[in-house]
Design a protein around this ligand. Structure first.
Ligand SMILES: [Zn+2]
Length: 223
């Protein structure tokens, strides 16, 4: 093949690659709570005070803080995120779950059916939640244009390599597509420490994958 044609093809491929996003910003989610309005009333007398905007539009860190009270231990000074949600939800790490003595499942945000409860307190009040304690499943917020660029869709579970000082491939990362989102992957402190996360260390999509269960079933069939 003519050398100039090869060079042209290479240039086209490189341009195509350059146009597609490859790196995903990774953010650490510290333990935090989302509160229903009734619980904001009971704990803080009706209002959250925004202190800092978060990466997802409309979400903010408030000045208010709560104490988490579990059967084995307490954790103080826990961040409260706004705005109010239909149901209160407490997002902790598995390490926190051990400290509190609460056997906590890994769930995506909002999926709190049959999750354990907890007691929250502030300087003004105390609230008992019947449910709502979760370890948040790792996920990526993606606007539609990025989903198209990565060739993934809402609800996909993918593998992401953390390009950090202790590199790790994270499996079962849920893709959440919504044009209200900014591109960001969210992991918790346990996950961040496991891979030596630092600010600015990106993740890279390694593979789209079926769920782990499906993979195991395939193996059984092969045997
Ligand atoms: Zn998130």
């Amino acid at each position: 093949m003519d050398k100039t044609i090869i060079e042209k093809i290479v240039a086209l491929v490189m341009a195509e690659l350059a146009a597609k996003p490859t790196a995903i910003p990774v953010e650490l989610s510290a333990r935090h709570v989302h509160l229903a309005q009734a619980d904001i009333d009971a704990l803080f007398g009706g209002q959250l005070t925004p202190a800092k905007d978060l990466s997802q539009p409309g979400q903010f860190l408030s000045k208010e803080r709560v104490r988490l009270i579990g059967p084995r231990g307490v954790i103080d000074n826990v961040a409260v995120l706004g705005p109010a949600r239909p149901e209160s939800q407490v997002e902790i790490s598995l390490t926190d779950a051990r400290i509190l003595g609460i056997d906590t499942p890994i769930r995506q945000s909002g999926e709190i059916k049959d999750t354990p409860g907890i007691v929250l307190s502030s300087h003004k009040g105390i609230v008992g939640l019947d449910q709502g304690v979760i370890v948040a499943g790792r996920h990526i917020h993606m606007p539609a244009k990025d989903a198209a660029g990565f060739n993934v869709k809402d609800g996909d579970l993918i593998k992401v390599r953390m390009n950090s000082s202790r590199p790790v491939v994270m499996e079962d990362v849920l893709v959440r597509v919504n044009d209200q989102f900014n591109l960001a992957m969210h992991i918790d402190f346990d996950e961040g420490n496991a891979c030596g996360w630092k600010q600015g260390v990106p993740g890279t999509i390694v593979a789209k994958e079926p769920s782990t269960i499906a993979t195991n079933q395939e193996k059984v069939v092969e045997l």
